[in-house]
Design a binder for this molecule. Structure first.
Ligand SMILES: C[S@@+](CC[C@H](N)C(=O)[O-])C[C@H]1O[C@@H](n2cnc3c(N)ncnc32)[C@H](O)[C@@H]1O
Length: 187
């Protein structure tokens, strides 16, 4: 039997064979391993020093959420900071709306690289900055405008940090229509 016909036969056998328990187990293990590899290699690297309860996965803001934030920022100016900036979309859009300096803090190095690439591709790389830093450790006392799109479980803790550090005229926004908070922290 030549190579070609044996390959065809192998495929035929695969097509007609029903999956047994060990096949299912192998597929499950393979999928689990792939997901784990993606988590460890791409999504998790920045989180090694962040307590589990403070870890927030990457979920990008939708176009309408970004638009919503820009609408809420209308009439304001000055610096802007996105805490957990993901791929940098809010920072970039805020810069386009006149906010400067526009800074994103993001732990995941891949997302920081992606943000910088997107800024470079749109010609704004010298205007915005993305820092690979844990925002819990960043001093926010000079920030005028803050955006956050994080898990609700983290927001109450973050509220404490914002109240303690932000200047009285700062505004912090969360980009979901239902949880927008205009927060003059010391009011
Ligand atoms: C829900 S995503 C939001 C991304 C982006 N702000 C947007 O609206 O598209 C939250 C991001 O926060 C980042 N993050 C979570 N905890 C962080 C921390 N302590 N310091 C910096 N970044 C953090 C995550 O890696 C993730 O990319």
């Amino acid at each position: 039997m030549d190579d070609e016909s044996s390959t065809i036969e192998a495929f035929e056998e695969l097509k007609t064979r029903s999956l047994g328990a060990s096949d299912v187990a192998q597929i499950a293990a393979g999928t689990g391993l792939a997901v784990y590899a993606m988590w460890v290699g791409i999504l998790q690297p920045g989180f090694r020093r962040v307590p589990l309860k403070l870890q927030v996965p990457y979920i990008p803001a939708s176009t309408s959420q970004v638009r919503n934030v820009m609408t809420l920022l209308k009439g304001r100016k000055g610096s802007i900071v996105d805490l957990g900036s993901g791929d940098g979309r809010i920072v970039l859009e805020a810069y386009r709306h006149g906010f400067t300096p526009a800074v994103g803090f993001e732990l995941n190095p891949w997302l920081v690289y992606l943000s910088r690439f997107k800024a470079w591709r749109t010609g704004h790389h010298e205007k915005v900055s993305y820092r690979r830093e844990d925002f819990w450790k960043v001093d926010l006392s000079k920030c005028k405008n803050i955006t956050v799109f994080l898990a609700p479980s983290v927001l109450s803790l973050l509220q404490k940090k914002l109240l303690a550090e932000l200047p009285h005229d700062a505004l912090s926004l969360k980009p979901s229509p239902d949880i927008v908070s205009l927060q003059p922290p010391h009011a």
